[in-house]
Design a protein around this ligand. Structure first.
Ligand code: NAI
Length: 267
């Protein structure tokens, strides 16, 4: 139910590919709560994804940007400020990609050029995005920046592969840039550590369906779906969470604090 939590706010949502994407749900919820947004994704996603349908539905413009390109990011923020009529109040980074995962490479036999690419797309892009915002002075005071992450940054989940290191790096960028943005602009920077979710990126991980079921049983509340992740993002973009920054926030139905759940063993 909409509560106008983001009335008058402007934002940019990265990473809506199709209707399963977490960013898709976040974009819908933000607009429902009164925000105006622009949407962005990699140029290749314009051809394969369904982002145009979302843009039409939400009356939002799409500005293609490869999140690893500083030039694309500068264009994205400059154009977004023109379209939205000023600086933004919130940004969602919802981007992940690993060629090693896609090609089924084992952790002990990774291609390191691809690993560099994984880090660039999935983690360094977050730093690049924030550096562009910093230099363009593109975010209003008391704004909110969020990225999506996964608990493999803290604990070992073998099939998550090098994405684990990617997420560790991403979460660290949130803390480090959170300091700078907090001091200069009172802007908060956080990561949300989300449950396994059936999306294009998620289901690319080996054994994902079995693991999804395991995590669902392990979590007292079950796996958190993309829709409630969107609700959580809205709360973190809203003025109700102004003093929350530099945090990795679990949105996982309790999974992260479980040791063992008898339900997993069918007891
Ligand atoms: P998704 O596949 O729908 O979204 C990933 C997005 O990254 C796509 O829209 C893709 O086009 C975009 N992307 C890839 N390379 C890019 C580039 N160079 N420039 C700009 N965009 C690029 O999948 P999902 O699951 O919605 O992923 C969103 C975020 O949530 C990712 O950071 C993912 O790691 C994270 N996450 C996902 C979980 C899951 O189980 N699905 C669990 C925890 C976190």
């Amino acid at each position: 139910m909409p509560n106008n939590l983001l009335a008058g706010k402007k934002g940019i949502i990265f990473g809506a590919l199709d209707e399963n994407s977490i960013a898709w749900k976040v974009a819908e919820r933000c607009v429902e709560e009164g925000a105006s947004i622009t949407l962005t994704n990699a140029p290749v996603a314009m051809r394969f994804g369904q982002i145009k349908d979302l843009a039409e539905k939400l009356n939002a413009e799409i500005i293609p940007a490869d999140a690893t390109s500083m030039e694309d990011l500068e264009n994205l923020f400059t154009k977004s400020m023109e379209i939205l009529g000023g600086k933004v109040d919130f940004v969602l980074h919802s981007i992940g990609m690993s060629i090693n995962v896609r090609k089924g490479k084992e952790y002990t036999d990774l291609n390191h050029d691809w690993m560099q690419k994984t880090f660039d797309v999935s983690a360094i892009s977050f730093h690049k995005m924030m550096q562009v915002m910093w230099k363009l002075d593109a975010i209003n005071d008391w704004g909110s920046i969020l990225a999506l992450t996964y608990i493999a940054a803290q604990r070992t989940f073998p099939d998550y592969n090098e994405m684990a290191e990617s997420k560790a790096l991403l979460e660290s960028f949130a803390r480090s840039f959170g300091y700078h943005f907090g001091m200069r602009n009172k802007v908060r920077v956080n990561t949300i550590s989300q449950s396994p979710t059936m999306t294009t990126a998620g289901s690319g991980v080996k054994g994902f369906t079995e693991f999804f079921g395991y995590a669902d049983k392990m979590s007292p509340l079950g796996n958190a779906p993309a829709e409630t992740c969107a609700d959580y993002c809205v709360s973190l973009f809203s003025d109700l969470t102004k003093m929350v920054t530099m945090q990795n926030l679990y949105h996982d139905g309790g999974f992260s604090n479980m040791g063992m759940n008898p339900a997993v063993l069918g007891l």
